[in-house]
Ligand binder design. Structure first.
Ligand code: SAH
Length: 345
């Protein structure tokens, strides 16, 4: 694979342009074209000789939308093909307050959660910062957005992959995403979801990137959690909660817990009560969602009624919580479902 120009920020492009013996203003032209989601070959401002020289070293199109599915609720799901032929997926959701793009951070995943389709074939490779950024740039462009008039206003790192398992590239992505003069999406409009990699959660708190930290909790005791999430054997819920407290102290940001309701696993009244005890008094919010059933997995979603009861128990117990709609359930909304069916892993 050639290098990826989207991995470069403006300063790095200025150095590149200088090394290549081009006029300095070409860096800004190149950067503006990239931020508009263009491939190198279709940035109109660049002289042909220069773009051809670039294409000798860099992928013209590191990420291409090869399939779009539109749900009855307006959610769009994409399959992206990377330059090496790997497939990843992304989702675009319209909300009243803006549009959210869900990005992948790895091809596959090595965390092994039993309910998740992304991890079925294990980890293939990390995405580079530019490959993550390109998902946002391409989808923004697809919807007629530009860096100044964004169509993507919020980003969630909830596609395939464990973001904190690809730490350096994800941090570079967050900085490049927020760069002024670029697409300029602030960390405050970004949610990073982790299965709970405790050391990296502490590291993240020191980056000066106040993203919304979201932790996939999905159970109330370490033993039960370990039944569906192997990472629970490594990091205890108590350690995760301490890392969240530290994150709040350092960033002032309230944190969020994801809790996918699985019948017979984590969704009964006793779990709701235990969750209240665990989270009482914490500056946090709980996002409940009924499991998106994955064909390759045996687990079943909790009933709609059961989910409503769980929600009521939590809120009556003083916990801030919402039950999310399963957006795009008719188009393989859950992580990795679409890729799994496309690539037949
Ligand atoms: N690896 C990160 C981010 C990826 S997934 C993490 O673990 O947080 C985003 C969220 O979707 C996570 O909370 C994940 O546990 C959840 N998820 C995965 N598969 C799901 C499914 N089939 N139904 C409901 N939620 C699912």
């Amino acid at each position: 694979m050639k290098k990826i120009i989207q991995d470069y920020n403006l300063k790095e492009l200025e150095e590149l342009v200088a090394e290549m013996g081009e006029k300095p203003f070409r860096a800004k032209q190149l950067y503006d074209g990239i931020m508009r989601g263009h491939n190198i070959s279709d940035i109109p401002a660049l002289p042909k000789a220069f773009s051809e020289k670039l294409e000798e070293q860099f992928e013209d199109c590191p990420l291409e939308i090869v399939k779009t599915l539109t749900s009855s609720d307006g959610t769009e799901k994409y399959l992206f093909r990377l330059a090496d032929g790997n497939i990843i997926e992304g989702v675009f959701m319209k909300y009243k307050y803006g549009n959210t793009q869900c990005v992948s951070t790895q091809v596959g995943c090595r965390m092994g959660c039993k309910f998740c389709a992304s991890t079925l074939g294990g980890l293939v490779r990390n995405l580079s910062s530019g490959e993550i950024l390109s998902q946002v740039l391409k989808v923004n462009a697809l919807h007629g957005g530009t860096p100044k008039q964004r169509q993507v206003t919020n980003v969630v790192l909830m596609g395939s992959g464990e973001p904190l398992d690809n730490y350096d590239n994800v941090i570079k992505f967050l900085r490049d995403l927020a760069a002024e003069g670029g697409i300029n999406i602030s960390p405050r409009n970004v949610s990073l979801s982790t299965c709970g990699l405790v050391p990296q959660m502490y590291k993240l708190a020191e980056e000066g990137l106040p993203v919304n930290l979201t932790v996939s909790l999905h159970n109330v005791t370490d033993d039960e959690r370990a039944r569906t999430m192997p990472i629970a054997k490594r990091y205890k819920i108590g350690e995760i909660l301490s890392a969240c407290t530290n994150y709040f102290k350092k960033t002032g940001r309230r944190y969020i817990f994801e809790y996918s309701l699985i019948e017979g696993e984590n969704a009964d009244e006793a779990h709701a009560k235990a969750l209240i005890e665990l989270l009482k008094g914490r500056p946090c919010h709980v996002n409940l969602i009924r499991l998106n059933e994955v064909k390759e997995r045996k687990l079943m979603a909790a009933s709609e009624r059961g989910a409503q009861t769980f929600l009521k128990t939590l809120t009556d117990g003083g916990i801030s919580a919402t039950l999310r709609r399963r957006m795009g359930a008719d188009i393989g909304g859950a992580c990795g479902q679409l890729r799994a069916s496309f690539t037949k892993i």
